[in-house]
Design a binder for this molecule. Structure first.
Ligand code: HEM
Ligand code: HEM
Length: 170
C-alpha cells in the first residue's frame, strides 16, 4: 500500500488556532445577525453596531493575515504536489480577500446610508456586490471544509494541526 506522507509534528500556534476558530465564531455571528433589509439601518444603534462589528472584524482580519504570514507555515506535507499546494494557497488567500471585501463593502453601505444616500443606483450596486461576495465566501468555505475532510481521511496530519476534535491517531 502506498505510504502517506505525514506532517504529524506540525501544529499551528495557540494564537493561530485562536484566530482561526475565533473567526469562524465571529463570521457565524455576522451571518446570523445580518441586516435583512436596508430600512433596518434607520435604527441608529443597529447602524452603529454593524459599523463597529465590521471595523473590528476587518482590523483583526488584517492582524491575523500578517501574523500568519510572518510566523506560521502550511501543515501540508513536503511531498504534496505543487498543484495542491497552489490550490490551498489560492483558497486561503481568496478567503482573506473575500472577507475583507465583505467588510469594506458593508462599511461603505453604512457610510452612504449615514450620509443620506439611502437609495439609488450606487448604494444598490454596493449591496449587490456585498451580497455576491457573501455567496462567494460560502463556496470558498465549502471547498475549504471538503479539503480539510479529505486530509482527515488521508490522516496526513493537516487536520490535527488546526482542528481540536476527531483527531487522527498517530
Ligand atoms: C463582517 C461584516 C458583515 C457580514 C458578515 C455581513 C453579512 C451579510 C449577509 C449574510 C447578508 C445577506 C446576503 C444575502 O441574503 O444574499 C447581508 C446583506 C446586507 N448587509 Fe451585510 N454584513 C456585514 C457588514 C455589513 C455592514 C457594516 C452593513 C451596513 C452598515 C451591512 C449592510 C447590509 C445590507 C444593507 C444588506 C442587504 C439587505 C437587503 O437584502 O436589503 N452589512 N450582509
Ligand atoms: C468561516 C470558516 C473558515 C474560514 C474563513 C477558514 C479559513 C482558513 C484559513 C485562511 C486558513 C489558512 C491558515 C490561516 O491563515 O489561518 C485555514 C486553515 C485551516 N483550516 Fe480553516 N477556515 C474556516 C473553517 C474551517 C473548518 C470548519 C475546518 C474543519 C472542519 C477548517 C480546517 C482547517 C485546517 C485543517 C487548516 C490547516 C490547513 C493547512 O495548513 O494548509 N477550517 N482556514
Amino acid at each position: 500500500m502506498q505510504k502517506i506522507a505525514k506532517n504529524q509534528n506540525k501544529r499551528y500556534s495557540y494564537l493561530a488556532k485562536f484566530f482561526h476558530w475565533g473567526f469562524v465564531f465571529l463570521f457565524g455571528h455576522g451571518i446570523i445577525k445580518k441586516v435583512d433589509n436596508i430600512e433596518q439601518l434607520e435604527d441608529i444603534s443597529l447602524l452603529k453596531f454593524e459599523i463597529l462589528f465590521a471595523s473590528i472584524f476587518l482590523f483583526f482580519l488584517i492582524l491575523r493575515f500578517f501574523y500568519m504570514k510572518k510566523t506560521q507555515t502550511t501543515s501540508l506535507p513536503k511531498e504534496t504536489p505543487k498543484s495542491q499546494k497552489f490550490a490551498a494557497k489560492l483558497v486561503h488567500y481568496s478567503m482573506y480577500l473575500c472577507l475583507a471585501f465583505i467588510c469594506i463593502l458593508g462599511l461603505m453601505i453604512g457610510l452612504f446610508f449615514w450620509l443620506g444616500f439611502k437609495n439609488g443606483l450606487v448604494i444598490e450596486f454596493i449591496i449587490l456586490i456585498h451580497e455576491n461576495s457573501i455567496s462567494i465566501i460560502y463556496w470558498l468555505i465549502a471547498i475549504h471544509i471538503i479539503a480539510a475532510l479529505y486530509h482527515r481521511f488521508r490522516s496526513d496530519g493537516v487536520w490535527n494541526s488546526m482542528v481540536p476534535i476527531w483527531l487522527e491517531k498517530n
